[in-house]
Design a protein around this ligand. Structure first.
Ligand code: CA
Length: 226
């Protein structure tokens, strides 16, 4: 049985989500307080976290950032208010996996939840993979560039893994979306750019050169000869 944690302070929304998710067979816990929710998320295992942004004591961004810093890779689906595009970008930068704009339909929520849980299991590589200076160990969820360990979120890990298993290929944004996000992903395809930027920020300083090359109008290529 999959376990979902809801961190949200809108009581009516939490009650509706709990009812709906329980009826779908999920085990649900919730907290309306940011700090308490964060503690729950760091102490117990969940398969997914539904995370509001504005919360008492600790906001959704801080929660997400702290969890990722700890190496907690539970998929996070952010619940954002309408028109908060900056919030969305920031949330993704801090390690959230996807977002939904309120108010959302329960059907859409369910499809996102299923795909995120499935992707977490599926989107990752299965065995230790090395190419150039890079080495990924999916069992331990550890990534190395030479001797140096790179701390990656689940999605960043999956993207780097995809590059490593398609050496020297140019990979389009569409391909990454199709392979690593849900086919029904309705959000902005530019989400890929956010992740590529994050990966570059982590990798480039180690190689002292741009590792992920942009092939204009086509896609990206991991440059291992830098
Ligand atoms: Ca709120």
């Amino acid at each position: 049985m999959f376990k979902i944690l809801i961190i949200e302070d809108e009581e009516a929304l939490v009650a509706a989500l709990k009812r709906g998710l329980s009826a779908e067979g999920y085990f649900v816990e919730s907290s309306s307080n940011g700090r308490e929710g964060y503690l729950l998320a760091s102490e117990k295992h969940f398969d997914l976290i539904l995370l509001d942004i504005l919360l008492p004591e600790m906001n959704g961004f801080e929660i997400c950032e702290e969890l990722r810093k700890q190496g907690n890779l539970t998929p996070v689906l952010m619940l954002t208010a309408q028109g908060d595009e900056l919030d969305i970008a920031e949330g993704l930068d801090l390690g959230a996996d996807d977002y939904l704009v309120k108010p959302f339909s329960f059907v859409v929520l369910m499809s996102r939840i299923r795909s995120l849980i499935r992707r977490t299991k599926r989107g990752s590589i299965e065995q230790t993979t090395a190419f150039g200076l890079f080495l990924l160990d999916p069992d331990a969820h550890r990534a190395f560039c030479g001797e140096v360990e790179i701390v990656l979120t689940a999605k960043e890990f999956a993207i780097l893994g995809y590059f490593l298993t398609h050496p020297r290929s140019v990979i389009s944004k569409r391909e990454l979306l199709d392979e690593l996000w849900d086919m029904n992903y309705m959000g902005d395809p530019n989400i890929v750019e956010v992740y590529i930027r994050r990966l570059r920020q982590k990798i480039d300083p180690l190689l002292r050169a741009p590792a992920i090359e942009t092939i204009r109008g086509v896609g990206y290529r991991l440059n291992v000869d830098v």
